[in-house]
Design a protein around this ligand. Sequence first.
Ligand code: SF4
Ligand code: SF4
Ligand code: SF4
Length: 344
Amino acid sequence: MDKIDLTVNGKMISAQAGMTVLEAALAAGIYIPTLCYYPDLKPYGGCRVCIVEIEGLRGLPTSCTTPVAQGMQVHTESEAIKQVRKTVVELLIADHPADCLTCAADQHCELQKVAAYLGMREIRLPKKAPAFEVDSSNPFFDLDRNKCILCSRCTRACNEITCVGAIEMANRGYATKVATFQDGLLFDSICRSCGECVARCPVGALAPKKSIAATSEIQTTCPYCGVGCSMFLGVRDDRVVSVRGNPEGAANRGRLCVKGRYGIDEFVHSRERLTSPLVRKNGQLEKASWDEALELIAQKLSAYPAAELAVISSSRTSNEDNYVAQKFARAALGTNNVDNCARV
Ligand code: SF4
Ligand code: SF4
Ligand code: SF4
């Protein structure tokens, strides 16, 4: 790929052709505030916070939609830029509730971060009263449009990442909002509850119903299917309290489906899980040791010729588990009668 040289605030940096000014600056460690940009979504230029000055160009273009060019001279912190950014963020804050302490996004809210970066210490504009009912119909997350800053990350994620298209921006002006088809509840829409929109919301407008901060994270692989999504489990007091996709995951690049994102914690800690083998005795299933159960299985299987044995595995487990199952069938039992329930 061609290398492009440009300067940002007088500092010479290199970028790949096709990068935007924002991407090039961030890659070089130069912060430009933004609210609608997200690395795996197409450039949108909606929030106008990432504006910059480019010598020879009129106005204040958005850096997230402007491609780099050889010799470009970019300035990210002029007085005109700061003034426009402050006005944009003041307008957003005027429309935003001030319940930060009890908001699920507190401490990782991007509006807080940008306001702090701009040094905003007072609210000049009058606050608008909440106008929307919270949509809490989805079993896993809530949509509070009063907190929405209309960045459209959620609608773009639903279109570009999951290709579902359950939500879109509707109306104009003050009436603009995230809406489902025919403006119904999320639960009644075609939403698949994957939470990709929630994961990208910069504020607390889309927030998981369960929100407990983890004290540590453990990297693992989702056990629910053969895609093998890589994920981080957030742990607190020996319990799984959160799940997030691993952006470095080769199979999923940070994305998860509803099972991986919302189906792990209750399942892991469910009292209904089998935690030891069960052996049927006198018609009743009774707890047994692994040695006892494996001995019994080996005894019963060895009573049949290999051609009469088959192993049926599951599409609801990992590729690795299925690999071991077929290996066991072929190498231990000596049969090629192997199948999987992947045709559900
Ligand atoms: S949960 Fe998934 S399907 Fe539902 S609105 Fe969000 S991105 Fe779309
Ligand atoms: S709900 Fe969140 S992600 Fe969607 S437009 Fe509003 S602030 Fe942006
Ligand atoms: S169940 Fe979903 S999250 Fe888990 S591996 Fe399969 S696609 Fe990924």
